[in-house]
Design a protein around this ligand. Structure first.
Ligand code: RIB
Ligand code: CA
Length: 324
């Protein structure tokens, strides 16, 4: 667990992170959680095409930083499309803007001029090896492009913590594939085969973290801006999955990435091999997780399966309540 200053009474080193994201209402909650957590040093946010096109994901990332009262955060635009396949978006889930729900003002903070992929490379080359964690909330295009352009960064990444994939739970954009991996399976394969410490948080885990009416009400009742705006984001976002799964609330995927870094004890996991289907039309983007270790494929990821959902929402609510 990342101890904070009050836990230890001494100044604790912050964990430097880069957030790679395709906001996306659940991405928004993840970014708010990160910006509200003193354990992190958010070095930058790199936007990628995913839930909606890049022009919207980069703008949405800036809107969220301003909602949090953190307009000094550096936001970069990264890849406009996946490495090989054509872009598939998810307006049917996230709405036309990608951030439907609350009315958020157009951002006034600047978009950084540097290409997001180059920001990832420059940061990893300039910071001490093994100190920067990549938190990926969308397709892995930016990170894979960075690894291909500058292979030396692979050995310098402390860890990749990625929301993506699914195994016993299946897929959500096809019966076999989860959206982030499906959009750019080649990028996921590159990241998983680069010998980088990797934590995967798949649908098997995130589908247990449901935004029930009781949990959304906690955000609604907060006296700041970020709380009620989070409730608006979740009430829009959850409707699609509530209708699909017939549940009270929908799965809150991306904030699980930050929560795993803050409170890993909220999760259960296993070191196993994860491979990605990149050829079959039927199962494109499927994460083939060797959970029972029936192959001789080397474990390449810490794959989460369980989550203490109540503890997760307690953490999320406590932190977002501290924001503007
Ligand atoms: O499948 C869920 C993932 O796809 C989440 O990251 C959501 O934001 C979308 O990007
Ligand atoms: Ca996302």
């Amino acid at each position: 667990m990342l101890k904070t200053q009050q836990d230890t009474g001494i100044t604790m080193a912050k964990l430097p992170i880069i957030i790679d994201t395709d906001p996306g209402q659940d991405d928004a909650l993840a970014i708010l959680l990160a910006l509200a957590s003193p354990e992190f040093e958010v070095l930058g946010i790199t936007a990628v095409a995913g839930n909606v096109p890049l022009a919207l994901t980069e703008k949405n990332a800036r809107k969220i930083c301003e909602l949090a009262g953190k307009p000094e955060t550096k936001v970069f635009a990264g890849a406009v499309r996946p490495m090989v396949r054509s872009l598939v978006t998810a307006e049917h889930v996230h709405g036309r803007t990608g951030l439907d729900g609350p009315v958020l003002p157009e951002p006034t903070m600047p978009l950084q001029s540097q290409y997001g992929v180059d920001f990832i490379i420059e940061t990893l080359m300039n910071r001490p090896a093994g100190t920067v964690t990549l938190c990926t909330l969308g397709p892995l295009t930016n990170l894979a492009l960075a690894i291909v352009k500058e292979p030396r960064i692979a050995s310098r990444i402390k860890r990749i913590v990625a929301m993506g994939g699914g195994f016993f739970e299946g897929g959500n954009i096809t019966p076999a594939a989860e959206f982030n991996i499906y959009v750019d399976p080649h990028a996921a394969r590159i990241c998983l085969s680069s010998d980088i410490p990797f934590t995967l948080i798949p649908l098997d885990c995130t589908h247990q973290a449901l935004t029930s009416a009781k949990r959304v009400a906690r955000f609604r009742a907060m006296k700041n801006k970020s709380g009620p705006a989070s409730a608006d984001l979740l009430e829009f976002f959850e409707r699609f999955d509530e209708q699909k799964y017939g549940t009270d609330g929908g799965p809150l995927h991306d904030p699980c990435v930050m929560a795993w870094l803050l409170r890993p004890e909220l999760f259960t996991s296993r070191e196993v091999n994860v491979a990605v289907e990149c050829e079959s039309d039927l199962t494109m983007g499927m994460t083939v997780v060797d959970w029972w270790r029936v192959t001789d494929r080397k474990p390449n990821a810490t794959v989460c399966r369980g989550i203490n959902a109540e503890g997760f929402f307690d953490l999320l609510s406590e932190r977002i309540e501290t924001l503007a």
